[in-house]
Design a protein around this ligand. Structure first.
Ligand SMILES: O=C([O-])[C@@H](O)[C@@H](O)[C@H](O)[C@@H](O)C(=O)[O-]
Ligand SMILES: [Mg+2]
Length: 429
């Protein structure tokens, strides 16, 4: 219970004014280092979208999601469907968006489109009532949200290409256990993270196990995770799980599919986690029946917004599953939304993932509200999401998007520019 030190804020606006009148969808591009994964390498620019929702009484709410040509088309359809609706009617909004989108679209894409608007509407609800988004989600159960150091094998620089010079970064090369430990030391010294995740699926599994061993030696007290994004067969996954017994707090998506994961889980000494085989509510039942995963990585972008992600927490608790959070390359609007929902979700059992150390220096939100201290981000205290748009930065990143003529993320195609024989067929080992 709150003590009398903070006076309860009076509602600032009546809900009668909170009809959506205008929505701006701005595609942006921001820089990204050459991070390696199971399907290739990150391109020099990430395509993402900033959503601005405005109401009749002049309030503004922000959302952020991943980009791509079809995503932009779907966002435009969604925006059109919810004009004239109150920002408090998010359930109806979800129905309207579902109705407006092509019936053939995946549940995943529908959820992603709705989520971007839901976050912006919750931001406005917060401004209108003088409350934070986490308060609107039921209040915080933690003041700060822990994140893990998200390590990647990486090249020292984006190689020169088509007349463009090479692009180096502050992180340098990490292609072996020593490079990974070096990267971990820098990330932990910069951000204070208390757990570590290594993106695997890049090198043969024995080499990645060596990197995990090196991390264990360098950071004896920090929990470790390995995520090869389904690069391994069931047999290889079982072998790796046996070799990393006692080293990992969980093993994430070693192999494709609920059945494959179930087979690995039946022998693995550690819990299995996923952001690939359980990505919608409809997958949970079969996963429980098969015992496929013991930890779900929620992600409000893909689970249909902040309220549904909070509901996912309750389901995880009900079935005795752990809950963590997945991340793709993102900026501060998404980080703020993650922090609010994670702070309001008692069932969160693991530190969340974030790409922010790789991308945050390019943020579209003004500095100050989001800071990592000892690996955690304190819940922003301003109303709504508690972050403010930096319009100059938004314009700059939008221009960067226009100049780059981006269409969709293509880690595999970019890798093939340097290695024409590269194949992204998985499982690879
Ligand atoms: O950014 C990447 O290369 C990651 O592999 C990302 O695309 C994944 O979605 C994610 O981080 C994961 O945990 O699988
Ligand atoms: Mg993953």
């Amino acid at each position: 219970m709150k003590t009398g030190t903070t006076p309860a804020p009076a509602p600032l606006h009546t809900s009668a004014d909170l009809t959506i009148t205008d929505i701006t969808i701005t595609p942006i591009a921001f820089s990204d280092p050459p991070l390696l994964n199971a399907v290739g390498v990150h391109e020099p620019l990430v395509h993402r979208v900033v959503i601005e929702v405005r109401t009749a009484n002049g309030l503004l709410g922000l959302g952020e999601c991943s980009g791509g040509r079809s995503r932009l088309e779907n966002l435009a359809l969604g925006a059109n469907a919810i004009k004239g609706v109150s920002v408090f009617d998010t359930t109806r909004m979800e129905q309207l968006i579902n109705h407006a989108l092509d019936p053939g679209l995946s549940a995943f894409e529908r959820a992603a489109v709705f989520s971007a608007f839901e976050v912006a509407c919750l931001d406005i609800q917060g401004h209108a009532t003088g409350r934070t988004v986490s308060e609107l989600l039921g209040g915080t159960v933690r003041d700060a949200v822990p994140f893990s150091a998200y390590l990647f094998y990486k090249w020292a620089e984006h190689p020169a290409l088509d007349g463009r010079p090479a692009i180096a970064d502050e992180w340098g090369e990490a292609l072996d256990p020593a490079g990974i430990v070096r990267q971990a030391r820098k990330m932990i010294s910069d951000y204070g993270f208390k757990s570590i995740k290594l993106k695997g699926g890049v090198f043969p599994p024995a080499e990645e196990i060596e990197a995990i061993r090196a991390l264990r030696e360098a950071f004896p007290a920090l929990p470790l995770r390995l995520d090869p994004n389904t690069a391994w067969t069931v047999e290889t996954s079982q072998w790796v799980a046996g070799k990393t017994d006692g080293l990992l707090e969980y093993l994430e998506d070693p192999t494709p599919g609920l059945e494959g994961m179930g087979a690995v889980a039946s022998t693995a000494p550690m819990p299995l986690a996923t952001n690939m085989c359980v990505v919608a509510f409809e997958h949970i039942r079969q996963s429980i029946e098969l015992g496929s995963v013991q930890v779900i990585l929620g992600d409000h972008h893909y689970w249909g917004g902040l309220r549904h992600t909070r509901e996912l927490g309750t389901i995880c608790e009900t079935f005795g599953l752990g809950l963590s959070m997945h991340s793709n390359s993102h900026l501060g609007i998404s980080l703020a939304a993650m922090v609010h929902v994670a702070a309001a979700t008692p069932a969160l059992t693991y530190a969340c993932d974030t790409h922010y150390p790789w991308n945050g220096h390019n943020d579209v939100v003004k500095p100050g509200a989001l800071r990592f201290v000892d690996g955690s981000v304190r819940v922003p205290t301003g109303t709504g999401l508690g972050v403010e748009l930096d319009r100059e930065k938004l314009a700059e990143l939008h221009q960067q998007y226009l100049d780059a003529r981006m269409t969709a993320r293509d880690d595999t195609g970019y890798m093939q520019r340097f290695d024409p024989d590269y194949s992204a067929d998985l499982p690879r080992w």
